[in-house]
Ligand binder design. Structure first.
Ligand SMILES: *Cc1c(COP(=O)(O)O)cnc(C)c1O
Ligand code: SF4
Length: 350
């Protein structure tokens, strides 16, 4: 069937086919970051979408404006307002609708802040909110209301967080999160990694990021250098929600990490209209294991204000995971989890 669809496309005269946009070439990942699309009118024009969608996006975005890097934009199907990649980034009127139980700090993270920008919620692991910035604004992000300006912007300001980590011998692992930690320059990250490497009781460094998926060029030699060279055992957890997010350049970027000996794990959020179908999830996880990325967590949506329209019932999530187990190798099926305020671990739902 897929083959027939391709033939049908090829049979069209060129101008009638909505072709994906070419991804621009950039000299450096930071140029790609700076060149991201921020204006809904431009986004809709580039994708051949109706102007009312852009107007609605402008009104709905609030204090979490549209942000889409062009290498990701190139993977969105033009002319399709329901494209699963577009749904993740285009503000919708539904964001303005208040839903009961949907909060600005759904995980009670303010409670777990033990130093500026440092969350210690689970035993042995501390999470540094290393950067306020991201390469993309995911509309369902649970930290979309996080008071980022209260955390420092560069490794030079990490004194209190580092002192806290150094003073707690039970901490074995530090997670760099955000925002997206890889939005920071490698020089700052290398400095931070070095200082963490100097803490005697620390063993592992974990990076939670979506940047290599948004801008594959982010996997630089310098990045591999500080990840591998800091004396801590490193791993990377990438956020990927849909198989169409993985184009050859993303596969190549993640492959470079794996080739460098860094375990790469993947997490996703279960999202209505994006990945809440068995075929989509099966394809996502199969593509991931094909490129040697290990599925780790599938998250139940955190009830963050503005994201209620993405919710999938937990019973549906459990059913999807059970179906995946009948189709894929065991190592291709992630744990379906939910985060609870005050919990001692993520709660495994299936
Ligand atoms: C998810 C999370 C972690 C890591 O949990 P794992 O189950 O080890 O992946 C650590 N700290 C915080 C605050 C988290 O939200
Ligand atoms: S990349 Fe991660 S932190 Fe940034 S907006 Fe998306 S989900 Fe949130």
């Amino acid at each position: 069937m897929v083959r027939c669809a391709i033939m049908a496309i090829l049979a069209f005269p060129e101008e009638e086919v909505s072709r994906p946009l070419a991804a621009p070439q950039y000299a450096h990942w930071q140029a790609a970051l700076a060149d991201a699309v921020r204006d809904p009118v431009e986004l809709c024009r580039l994708l051949g979408l109706d102007a009312p969608l852009a107007a609605a996006a402008k009104g709905a975005a609030g204090r979490f404006p549209l942000l889409v890097p062009r290498p990701y934009l190139a993977r969105i199907r033009p002319g399709d307002p329901e494209d699963p990649l577009l749904l993740q980034v285009l503000p919708r009127v539904a964001e303005r609708i208040e839903a009961p139980g949907y909060l600005t700090d759904p995980l009670g993270e303010a409670e777990a802040l033990v130093a500026p920008g440092l969350l210690a919620k689970y035993r042995g692991r501390s999470l540094i909110v290393a950067a306020g910035a991201c390469a993309v604004h995911c509309r369902f992000c649970f930290r979309r209301h996080f008071p980022y300006n209260s955390s420092p912007d560069s490794a030079a300001d990490w004194g209190p967080a580092l002192r806290q980590i150094a003073g707690d011998a039970s901490t074995r692992e530090v997670i760099l999160s955000g925002g997206d930690p890889l939005a920071m320059p490698d020089a700052s990250l290398a400095r931070l990694a070095r200082r963490l490497g100097d803490v005697p009781h620390l063993r592992r460094l974990r990076v939670h990021t979506r940047l290599p998926v948004m801008i594959p060029q982010r996997v630089t030699d310098e990045l591999l250098g500080w990840l591998c060279g800091g004396g801590l055992s490193a791993r990377v957890v990438v956020h990927v929600n849909h198989p169409a997010e993985i184009d050859p350049s993303v596969a190549g970027a993640l492959g470079r990490l794996v080739d460098a000996g860094i375990p790469v794990l993947q997490q996703a959020v279960l999202l209505r209209g994006v990945n809440d179908r068995i075929e989509i999830l099966a394809e996502l996880y199969e593509r991931l294991i094909d490129i040697r990325v290990a599925p780790y967590y599938l998250h139940q949506l955190d009830p963050v204000a503005g994201a209620a329209h993405f919710e999938v019932a937990q019973s549906t999530g459990v059913r999807l995971i059970r179906q995946l187990r009948t189709r894929l190798p065991g190592y291709a099926v992630p744990r379906y989890v939910r985060e609870t305020p005050g919990g001692l671990s993520k709660e495994v739902l299936a």
